[in-house]
Ligand binder design. Structure first.
Ligand SMILES: CC[C@@H](C(=O)O)C(=O)SCCNC(=O)CCNC(=O)[C@H](O)C(C)(C)COP(=O)(O)OP(=O)(O)OC[C@H]1O[C@@H](n2cnc3c(N)ncnc32)[C@H](O)[C@@H]1OP(=O)(O)O
Length: 300
């Protein structure tokens, strides 16, 4: 009886946490017309977003439109949303690597789409669509890495900031070119960049559209590490090895670690502490915890 009540409570807590994670930023109440912009995106087809889920709990998300330096067409924006939903439902997942096909990361929105939706209504809907998707990506209970090879430009630079970490290959660059387009970031990249590098550095990168090479990115704390290889397959292997240092262990624990940090990043202190308590409650007395107690490990 007590055990079943405890299980129910645990289930309710887990569902509450999952629900909070999936909550979109924008709804109809904000004037957001999702179905309208999705229909529009269908008109601009090309490229794809591919996901493979490996047995080690690492997912590999590939931006695949190398002809246009992996620029996001309309259908790629739709596919990104679908892949994020798939990742939200992947209970065994622990980590995620995002990278671009053809040895370059992503050159932002497809300029043909940008031109076709340059009216205010479509622009705002596109902005809210991408902010919703990238916020859900950032909140996934997976430790995420953007593997930056070649160029991450405009929306591509913004996408890197929706990941927990960035790894760069020699010769690669991250560049917020928005000012040259008469814009500021619209996919949430400005707000996220500010939290990663601080307000002064973020303002310099946006107002100067500065080319951030791996050395500068390391100095700014925008990148964790410069990989040794610029070869596509070898760099992906390096990124896998880097990420697996952080994803080794039971999925429940790794996912909870990410969740604790994700809420700490976004919520005010008291709300973050309460959520941390809820997440802690899902692990305390659970299988990984009991097995560790039985082993009595020493952490020398
Ligand atoms: C809110 C919108 C904003 C956002 O979402 O935040 C944006 O992202 S707006 C888009 C910002 N991006 C750009 O403006 C990129 C423009 N392109 C370039 O600056 C350069 O192409 C490059 C990305 C620096 C690559 O240069 P390089 O290596 O010399 O290759 P090419 O220039 O020859 O590119 C190959 C091919 O790809 C086409 N391309 C590249 N990016 C885009 C793009 N974003 N949209 C459409 N097409 C793109 C490029 O035009 C070339 O095609 P061809 O001209 O037919 O050869």
């Amino acid at each position: 009886m007590v055990l079943s009540m405890w299980k129910n409570l645990l289930q309710t807590t887990k569902e509450k946490i999952i629900q909070q994670r999936r909550m979109s930023l924008y709804s109809q109440a904000h004037g957001y017309e999702e179905e309208l912009i999705k229909k529009k995106f269908q008109e601009f087809a090309g490229g794809s977003i591919n996901l493979s889920k490996e047995d080690n709990g690492i997912g590999i998300l590939t931006l695949n439109n190398p002809k246009l330096m992996n620029a996001f067409t309309g259908t790629m924006m739709l596919e990104l949303q679908e892949r994020v939903t798939e990742l939200e439902n992947w209970k065994e997942g622990k980590g995620l690597i995002i990278y671009g096909a053809g040895n370059t990361f992503c050159s932002g929105s497809d300029l043909n789409v940008v031109k076709a939706i340059s009216n205010s209504q479509d622009g705002m809907n596109m902005c809210m669509f991408m902010q919703n998707t990238l916020t859900r990506l950032m909140r996934l209970p997976l430790i995420s890495v953007a593997l930056v090879q070649g160029k991450a430009i405009g929306g591509g630079a913004e996408l890197t900031t929706a990941c927990d970490f960035r790894l760069m290959t020699p010769g690669s660059e991250i560049r917020f070119v928005h000012k040259f387009m008469g814009l500021v970031p619209g996919w949430g990249g400005g707000a996220r960049l500010m939290r990663i590098v601080g307000s002064g550095a973020a303002l310099q990168l946006l107002s100067g559209a500065i080319r951030v090479d791996p050395e500068r990115a390391l100095r700014l704390g925008l990148s964790e590490e410069t990989l040794s290889s610029s070869d596509e397959a070898a760099a992906l292997e390096e990124a896998r090895a880097w990420l697996s240092q952080h994803t080794e262990g039971p999925a429940s624990v790794i996912r909870a670690a990410k969740e604790v940090v994700a809420v700490g990043r976004e919520l005010p202190m008291e709300a973050a502490l309460r959520t941390e308590k809820d997440i802690f409650g899902t692990l305390w007395g659970g299988p990984a915890n009991l097995q560790a107690l039985a082993r009595r490990p020493k952490h020398k």
